[in-house]
Write a protein that binds this ligand. Structure first.
Ligand SMILES: [Zn+2]
Length: 240
């Protein structure tokens, strides 16, 4: 359908990435930042994109339990969580910040996570590495932590790269309409305990909540935006 085809290329291993529970109130959850020099080793281009894009960060959305949590729904099926790999247009713009507020600025690759009983699923090592960091960034705005093991991000992508694509917005404020979405059709299986680990994160900084966690139900139990109406948007399916 698109020529040239979509190309997504990441190095097999990312070392020393930082993870945070961001201080700002536009997003609640964890986020892994990809420094510019690492981003330079990533490529997202082709398919619906007219320019070259680079990875800048990735994060996740999840639900109160594993029957919901994804921000995209395929054939009415909700998934347990959704990973967002955020890329910026490095041909047209000089920074991710500039790209974020302009047309064609961002391209987000979405991966649906299907959490199953641990017995039935191999451990995704990279996801496990991220989960093991949750206790260290529990409080909102905690100091940024270096991820202890290298991450193989490719492990977090489905083997079959069929995808849906449409023009849309960020799913967290300020909801800029600057995103080309690329949503892989096939989910990646993970363990329920891994999604449970995300819910250890807290809505509040340490100085506000320490010792009061249970009293205030301070955990980020869910952080997904409900499915939005299409509003006439054209969704294109590309089979691989
Ligand atoms: Zn997101």
């Amino acid at each position: 359908m698109f020529s040239p085809e979509l190309v997504l290329s990441y190095p097999p291993s990312f070392c020393d990435l930082n993870i945070r529970n961001p201080k700002d109130h536009s997003y609640f959850g964890w986020r892994v930042d990809v420094p510019y020099d690492y981003g330079d080793k990533t490529v997202l281009q082709g398919g619906p994109l007219n320019h070259r894009y680079k990875l800048i960060q990735f994060h996740a959305h999840w639900g109160k339990n594993c029957s919901c949590g994804s921000e995209h729904v395929i054939n009415n099926k909700h998934y347990s969580a959704e990973l967002h790999f955020v890329h910026w247009n490095c041909e047209k713009f000089s920074s991710a910040r500039e790209a974020a507020i302009n047309k064609d600025g961002l391209a987000v690759v979405a991966v649906l996570l299907d959490a199953v009983d641990g017995e039935n699923c191999a451990k995704l090592e990279s996801l496990e590495t991220i989960c093991n960091m949750m206790t260290k960034i529990k409080y909102k705005g905690s100091p940024v932590r270096s991820i202890e093991k290298p991450l193989n991000i490719l492990e977090l992508l489905p083997e079959n790269r069929s995808y849906y694509t449409y023009l849309g917005s960020l799913t967290t404020p300020p909801l800029w309409e600057t995103v080309t979405w690329i949503v892989f059709e096939n989910p990646v299986k993970c363990r329920q305990e891994q999604i449970n680990a995300f819910r250890q994160l807290l809505y509040y900084p340490r100085n506000e909540i320490e010792g009061l966690e249970d009293k205030y139900e301070a955990n980020v139990e869910e952080n997904f935006r409900p499915v939005q109406p299409l509003n006439g948007r054209n969704v294109i399916y590309v089979k691989n």
